[in-house]
Design a protein around this ligand. Structure first.
Ligand SMILES: NC(=O)c1ccc[n+]([C@@H]2O[C@H](COP(=O)([O-])OP(=O)(O)OC[C@H]3O[C@@H](n4cnc5c(N)ncnc54)[C@H](OP(=O)(O)O)[C@@H]3O)[C@@H](O)[C@H]2O)c1
Length: 282
């Protein structure tokens, strides 16, 4: 497995398995399948309501905890110094672990400055190996960096061929923040997996369109965490480390950039009000 080196020297598998929209009742089975397939990085969040299933699968798998890179995220309802500390303990409890490899502020909404101070302390106490953010646009990211001590290790953002985030990537590189893609397959929406040009490239390498898209991320050293509830797709998505895209492929794919969000648009007021009123699952 290829690793990404974070700004504090921590090594994170460049590819992991995400569990957004995995039914809590199915999570244990899915994560067991993912670990069996070979994934060693898992991405969950308090708001997904499936941290317990992730924790159970880790225990049942027999894979040592220290061999797994475990990420979870702090939800909007838990923003602020005191609430963030409590929410972190709850997350540890649900996951059945005494530390996280990576803890992210899930959304740039609410009192995330208070949360960041709490997370900086937990990081210094060694309870979290790296701290980061998610869905921060460049201005919010840089504002957080210049007003705090610890620079986020990653920013997990919507990123796929239809939203390539070139400018945001440049800013993250400049400040030493690793780019992590969520929705690397654009959640299989907007017919991305039927795109003719991607299909042509896939045929050239005897791979699937999903594999070409994941490889496209890896060529740019972007961390990916594709989700599937199907074991054969977990295998397919991990089988992307034995080929490379050439310059011409990368140029062709660059032309697909629509430069606007296809899954979550933070300029829509209902998104912001909805997230602010959404409670963290008990
Ligand atoms: N920070 C955030 O705000 C945020 C937001 C969204 C996601 N995330 C994280 O990022 C992870 C990945 O993103 P995502 O789950 O939204 O989307 P994704 O990984 O881009 O796509 C998942 C979808 O694609 C399908 N799929 C997966 N592999 C496939 C393949 N090889 N061929 C055809 N279809 C395939 C899956 O269906 P099946 O399951 O039926 O196979 C599922 O519907 C999440 O699980 C979560 O951990 C974070």
């Amino acid at each position: 497995m290829q690793y990404a080196e974070l700004n504090n020297g921590l090594k994170m598998p460049i590819e992991g398995y995400g569990v957004f929209q995995v039914d809590p009742k199915e999570t244990e089975r899915c994560v067991l399948d993912a670990l069996e397939t070979g994934y060693r990085s898992l991405d969950t969040a308090a708001t997904y309501g499936n941290e317990e299933g992730v924790g159970k699968a880790i225990k049942k798998s027999g894979v040592a905890r220290e061999e797994i890179f475990l990420t979870s995220k702090l939800w909007v309802a838990d923003q602020g110094y005191d609430k963030a500390k409590k929410a972190f303990e709850k997350t540890l409890d649900k996951l059945g672990t005494d530390y996280l490899d990576l803890y992210l502020i899930h959304q740039p909404l609410g009192d995330y400055y208070g949360s960041w101070r709490a997370m900086e302390e937990l990081y210094k106490e060694g309870k979290i190996k790296a701290i980061g953010v998610s869905n921060f646009d460049s201005t919010r990211l840089v504002d957080l960096i210049v007003n705090n001590e610890v620079v986020p290790a990653v920013n997990q953002i919507e990123l796929h061929p239809f939203l390539q985030q070139k400018e945001a990537q440049k800013v993250m590189q400049e400040y030493g923040v690793k780019v992590e893609s969520w929705g690397p397959l654009a959640e299989a929406k907007h017919d991305i997996l039927k795109d003719e040009m991607l299909k042509k490239i896939a045929d050239k390498y005897n791979k699937t369109v999903a594999q070409v898209i994941l490889r496209w991320h890896l060529e740019q050293e972007i961390i990916i965490i594709p989700k599937s509830v199907r074991k054969e797709r977990m295998e397919e998505n991990l089988d992307v480390h034995d080929f490379s895209l050439d310059k011409a492929d990368m140029e062709e794919i660059a032309a697909l950039d629509g430069k606007y969000p296809r899954i979550v648009d933070y300029n829509i007021m209902d998104i912001v009000t909805g997230m602010n009123s959404s409670k963290t699952p008990e």
